[in-house]
Write a protein that binds this ligand. Sequence first.
Ligand code: 2HG
Ligand code: ZN
Length: 460
Amino acid sequence: MADPRLQSLATALPALRLKTAPADLEHYGRDWTRRWTPAPLAIALPASVEEVQAIVHWANANAVAIVPSGGRTGLSGGAVAANGELVVSLERMTKVLGFDAVDRTLTVEAGIPLQRVQEAAREHGLQYPVDFAARGSCTIGGNIATNAGGIRVVRYGNTREWIAGLKLVTGRGELLELGRSLVKNSSGYDLRHLAIASEGTLGIVVEATLRLTEPPPPTNVMLLALPSFDALMQVFAAFRQRLQLQAFEFLTDRALAHVLAQGGQPPFAETHPFYVVTEFASDEASEAEALAAFEACLEQGLVADGVISQSDSQAAQLWHLREGITESLARYVPYKNDVSVRISAMPAFLAETQELLASEYPHFEVVWFGHIGDGNLHINILKPDDMAQDAFVADCERVTKLLAQVLKAHGGSISAEHGIGLVKKPYLSSTRSEAEIAVMRGIKAVLDPNGIMNPGKLFD
Ligand code: 2HG
Ligand code: ZN
C-alpha cells in the first residue's frame, strides 16, 4: 500500500478491509458498460454505517473522490472508477435487519442483492415486486441510486414507489434517516426522493426500508407475434383494456435471433418482425379475457400468432426470450439507448425514431426491445467486429444527439431507467431544463460541498 493517502486511511480505520490488487481494481472499477478503463485508487469494503461515515470524513479531509458501488450491473457508467477514486463497495453490508408484519416492510442493508430481498419477502408470505434480469447481482442500493424499473413497472411502478425509508451518508459524512417509513408525512421536503435516482452523487445509501405487498396471483405468460411496429400500441391497448397486466414487453426478430443463437427453440414455425411477452393472472376469467383480446387483435390483423404458457417451465422459457437479450448481445459491446416517452406519445415517437435510425445507421445492426407498456424503449446498436470502439461510439453519439432532439420534441427522457452516469451526461439538457439542472447542482453543493461523491456522473 505505497500510496500515502491509503496508509492514512488504514491508520484512521485499522479494521477497514481494503483491496488494491490489480485484478480487484479492474473488477470493482467498472460496470457493464465496458467502455472505460478502470483505474481506482483502491477498494474499501466497509462493514457498518459507522465505517462508511468514517470513510467519507477521511475522503473529505484528503480530497479523494468516492464511487459508491453495488452490483455494478449498471449500463450508464454510474459505477465506473477511472480516475483514481476510492470505490466504496457495499458487498459486505447485505443483512436483512428486520421485518415488520404490521407495516409490511423489510429493512435491509443496501448491499443486499435484489433477489435476496425478493426471497426474504416471499418467506414472509409477501412480495417485493420490482424485478429484472440482473436480480441475482444488482443490489438494492444500486436500484435506489438509479430508481431501477424493470419488467413489472406496468403493474407495480419503479423502485421509488417501494422505498418507505432510507438512510443516506451524505457527502459531508452526516447520516440522514429519510422517510421514517411513515405512510403519511407532510412535514416539508421529502429528501428520500432526492436520494432516489441521485446516482451516488449526493451520498451513499446504506440502509433501506422497503414496502412489501400481496404476493402476485398465479400467472400465465403469452407470447404474441406481430406483423408491424404500428400494431404494438394497439395490441397493448386491447390487452390492457381487458386485463390487469403484470408485464407487457416487446422485442424484435433481431433480438429473438440473438437469444436463440445461444440455444433454445424458436417459439413459432415462422419468424415475425415483432414479438410481445405479456403476463396476467391465470384464473379462468383472466384467461378468457386474454383469449378474447388475442382473437380481437387477430381479426384486425394486429397479431399474427400467439402461444400461452401451459406450465411454469414454459412460462420461464417464454420469459427467457425477453430477459436473455442483454446477455446475448454483450459480445458486441452494444451502444445502448434507454429512452422513454408518455405512452400516448409512443406511436408518433416510434415512427419518427424508426425513420431516424434507419437513415442514420444504414450499416449497423440495431436491436429494439423494451418495456413498451411503460413507454420505455431499449435500442442496442451492435458494434461491427471490424470497427474500432472509439469510431463506433463517436458515430453512435452523433445519432444520439439527433435522437435527443426527437425526444425533446415528444417530451421524453434520454434515460428511462438506467440513469445518466457518464454515458448520457451530454444529453441531460434534452430532458431537464437549465433551471432544473441548476437546482440539482445547488442540492449537490449542500449535501456534497467538496464534490467528492461520484464526481463527473450525472453532470460535471
Ligand atoms: C432490460 O430491460 C434492461 O433488459 C437492459 O434494462 C436493457 O441491455 C439493455 O439495453
Ligand atoms: Zn430495461
